[in-house]
Design a protein around this ligand. Sequence first.
Ligand SMILES: *[C@@H]1O[C@H](CO)[C@@H](O)[C@H](O)[C@H]1NC(C)=O
Ligand SMILES: *[C@@H]1O[C@H](CO)[C@@H](O)[C@H](O)[C@H]1NC(C)=O
Length: 576
Amino acid sequence: MIDYRNDYLALDVPSVDPLVDKRRKINFKRIWNQLSKCQKSCLLCCVTLILFSFLYYINQNENNGFISLNEHVDNKYILKSFIEGSNKLAHTSENLHKIEIEQKSERISKNDLAPKDAHIFLGPTTERQRAVADAFKHAWKGYKKFAWGHDHLKPISESYSDWFGLGLTIVDSLDTMFIMGLKEEYKEGRDWVEKHLNFDINRDVNLFEVTIRVLGGLLSIYHLSKDGMFLEKATDLADRLLPCFDSESGIPYSDINLFTRKSHSPKWSPDSSTSEVTTIQLEFRDLSKATGNSKYEEAVHNVSKIIHKLDKKDGLVPIFINANSGQFRTYATITLGARGDSYYEYLLKQWIQTGKVIDYLRDDYLESINGIEKHLLRKTEPNGYTFIGELLGGGKDFKPKMDHLTCYLPGTLALGVHNGLPKNHWILAEELLNTCYQTYAQQPTFLAPEITYFNLQPGNTKDLYVKSNDAHNLLRPEFIESLWYMYQFTGNTTYQDWGWKIFQGFEKYTKVTNGYTSIGNVRNTANVRPKDMMESFFLSETLKYLYLLFSNDPKMLNLDNYVINSEAHPLPIYLK
Ligand SMILES: *[C@@H]1O[C@H](CO)[C@@H](O)[C@H](O)[C@H]1NC(C)=O
Ligand SMILES: *[C@@H]1O[C@H](CO)[C@@H](O)[C@H](O)[C@H]1NC(C)=O
């Protein structure tokens, strides 16, 4: 268990003795009376001058986007100005008032978003960012018109689809709109959440999906906006999800009914997916930090500890685990793609989120990267592209296949190196990034398929190939995500140029009258076979990462302050 008190700063305001104060007043008065008229005017002049310089100084600092008064300032005024554009002096006095209030309160989070961060979310500053914000507005407009309040837009049939019935597209994209400075759209979304987002629904939902999209989305926008309504909603949701953890082993069931709060395994399997039970920790932990109630973090940290103790293949995990026995399914596939991917991602990100003090998370991560290098890494013929394959049947058969999902890994590796992990991970990151780029660049649409196969046979001329059933593109973000991480750490504009080419692909082949759509075939520019579906992660992740990537400031959302969840929702790093 983690002691929360360490994470908060208690401010001791020294009490002022009224007697001492009074004596001082009398002394001042006597001195004042002894002064000549000329001395008095001179003194008054000086005081006035100092006062004006002070006010000017504050105003200047605000214009620069910095507020120097206090790093613990509550950000509510920023949200207010974000929505209403209220005037600057008002901010300052409200600020001072806030500081007084905060000094009286017992606990102040050290990790509130620094005001200077929020001041940069004022809208696009480059042409490319403007194009991405326009794409967002186009997607939002179609969603609003034909799918408002539903989970996903079906832009071609001009209708919608509901998966959980939680307005996923709205909740998932609130922080994107905040970051892009889209005030009008943000307000529409925020008001919908306040009035209509209701978790008291008799419906089964998936713990993992709802955690990364809805809980993560609400927490992230809570931290950015400091709007307490979002935290209330997040807490209500998490309380309904908690019964998932009431299993014999402590490994959560995958599904739960939000109304009856009954949890169970998926209909199609007795097991939970490994990545699903290990990709909820950032969000539940953050909720514990934000509310001061440790029960959320305890539940998910228990899961991590159980998985830590299980036997692995050099740090690599099978993709299924049983909630009753708490054991992996022995012959399940090992992959960095679907159902395995974010286990590895959250080992590193949890370690960073908690201030790099929980050693076993880092050690398991390092072991898994060694395991990848030992068992899953190969180079293609003839051009030697590095890729990560899969192990089938409990590790016996190697399959030269890589999901697009795996393209998150270069970014995660780079994040590890940035946080002091072995430098040779950087080389692997660059090699994998290049391979992922090839999966886009070698298609005539400049869009990657869902799954790519790789050639290992000398003599063949093509390094990669795509099967018909794998040729679809769901507007996924993982490669753009990695480009942004690499851009943040290097400032190398080549990554921006790659991202721009892919954005052109989306514009050309997935944009339709009422939004953007998944497509069925990236190999044929004449017929991409639109699939009539715009997933919420296109707005939450793909467009957000593109927008950040196209900023002239590589650190627009600084990865020293935030850890980004698996659905692109930034959460604060808690420093010890
Ligand atoms: C976490 O595990 C501990 C010890 O195994 C147990 O006592 C506790 O009830 C668990 N907490 C939750 C919230 O499941
Ligand atoms: C930028 O990245 C590209 C692609 O990885 C690389 O070829 C190039 O050398 C890098 N440029 C610099 C200045 O490091």
